[in-house]
Design a protein around this ligand. Structure first.
Ligand code: ARG
Length: 454
């Protein structure tokens, strides 16, 4: 493609280090789409004849059909998907293929292909996250009033409902979705026509190519357009945050599936056995979702470090942009699908959750609040009195609501029998009616609102 000024070919290792075809062949659909938009515009503008434009467009369709049927061949001599496609085109239509690259460089070509690819990846992730949210909503609805212990410091803190807990993840995913949508909106400008770095003297129509490829508008600065990869970093950063959310849920599944917790039983489809310990039912998929988050974060770091300090405009370092994005996308897609499957099919052991919630003095705050409300104690004093009640219950080995009224009044005479109304875990969750609180009625309202939004 550029042999005119060289007398000798590249060394074997030069060929190898230079080639991106082993991985960028994954963008063949986007490369063909970009080339078709470009050649159609060249024909419309009379930069190539209408007949040549039609021949090239048909040839590109034939190359695409061949790729779809047989895959993209890997030939390091052809370096990348752009050169590969042009070579395949020339095989079919001869020298007229050489007119396709008029008013274009691989620099604006790859910037366009990659944006199109990342845009498609975002659409795929948005659809997958929608399915994940639907699974969360269904399970939250089922367990809107199932009491479980809520934790801080992984110590039993206050009772919450399983529905509320699952809806917390629904919220996180809603923010992830908005990050992906935002990244998509920002990247949706077309670099094609920026050429190598300076634009072109040919009378091209950038609005036409941008529209043909579904972009909102052409990019505004040719230097920026060929050297910006922050659209890919936006994607990786949204993917990283999303994977962190999935990883926290995965970690909870690992904990909850352990015998000491016993909060969840994973279905057979989402468990693995041990080759030596016959009783084992391991949460490997959850562990891998947790692990993949680290790799996705590594992909983001990798591209950030690649881009840091690169002078304008294009440098070949930028060819290293694709592997981390492809890897992160594959890992994220798998992670979302796995968490969706695990959530949809898990058996939540709500009896066990309830009994743990009842055993951890989780309604101590309710007692303190009652003393403030009904006996007019300052909260600090109520906190102290309640601490003594917990100590007494611990000595007797009973739950707070199993302390006798005599025991409670020995601690503070202002306590009366009405206190038992607030000491059960059900009363506790039912009382948390502040907006965003865990009361089952609130959880149901949150589920309804989420369904209306979605
Ligand atoms: N394969 C290259 C990449 O992915 C395409 C752009 C090459 N441009 C160049 N001036 N060498 O970045």
């Amino acid at each position: 493609m550029w042999g005119g000024r060289f007398a000798d070919g590249p060394a074997a290792v030069m060929r190898e280090i230079n080639a991106s075809i082993p991985f960028d062949k994954r963008m063949w659909r986007q490369d063909i789409a970009g080339s078709k938009a470009h050649v159609t515009m060249l024909g419309a503008r009379g930069i190539v004849t209408a007949a040549d434009a039609a021949t090239i467009a048909d040839g590109l369709d034939a190359v695409a059909a061949d790729y779809a049927a047989n895959g993209v061949p890997v030939d390091l001599d052809l370096e990348d998907i752009h050169m590969m496609t042009e070579a395949r085109l020339a095989e079919r239509i001869g020298a007229v293929a050489g007119r396709l690259h008029t008013a274009r460089s691989r620099n604006d070509q790859v910037a366009t292909d990659f944006r199109l690819w990342v845009r498609d990846a975002i659409d795929e992730v948005i659809a997958a996250l929608g399915a994940f949210q639907a699974a969360l909503l269904a399970r939250a609805d089922e367990h809107a009033d199932a009491v479980m212990p809520g934790f801080t410091h992984l110590q039993s803190a206050q009772p919450v409902t399983l529905g509320h807990h699952l809806m917390a993840y629904h919220e996180m995913i809603a923010r992830d979705l908005s990050r992906f949508a935002d990244a998509r909106r920002r990247m949706n400008r077309c670099p094609l026509g920026s050429a190598a770095l300076a634009g072109t003297g040919f009378p091209i129509d950038r609005d036409a190519t941008a529209a043909a490829l579904g972009f909102d508008a052409p990019t505004r600065n040719s230097l920026d357009a060929v050297s910006d990869r922050d659209f890919a970093l936006d994607y990786l950063s949204a993917a990283t945050q999303c994977s962190l959310h999935l990883s926290r849920l995965a970690e909870e599944f690992v904990l909850w599936a352990s015998q000491p917790f016993g909060f969840v039983a994973l279905s057979d489809q989402w468990s693995t056995g041990s080759s030596i310990m016959p009783q084992k039912r391991n949460p490997d998929a959850a562990e891998l979702v947790r692990g993949h988050a680290g790799r996705i974060m590594g992909c983001m770091t990798s591209l950030m470090v690649t881009m840091k300090g690169l002078p304008l405009a294009y440098s070949k370092d930028m060819q290293d942009d694709k592997p981390p994005v492809f890897d992160a996308h594959d890992l994220l897609a798998l992670s979302i699908a796995a968490m969706t499957g695990m959530i949809a099919s898990a058996t939540f052991r709500t009896d066990r959750m309830r009994s743990v919630a009842e055993s951890g003095f989780a309604t101590a705050t309710d007692l303190a609040d009652w003393l403030v409300r009904e006996a007019n104690l300052p909260f600090r004093e109520a906190h102290y009195v309640t601490g003594r009640a917990v100590k007494r219950a611990e000595e007797l080995g009973v739950a707070l609501d199993a302390l006798s009224l005599d025991d409670l009044q020995a601690i503070d005479a202002r306590i009366d029998a009405r206190v038992y109304d607030v000491l059960s875990v059900d009363a506790s969750v039912a009382s948390r009616t502040s907006f965003g609180g865990t009361a089952p009625a609130n959880v149901r309202a949150a589920i309804r609102a989420a369904r209306e939004d979605g």
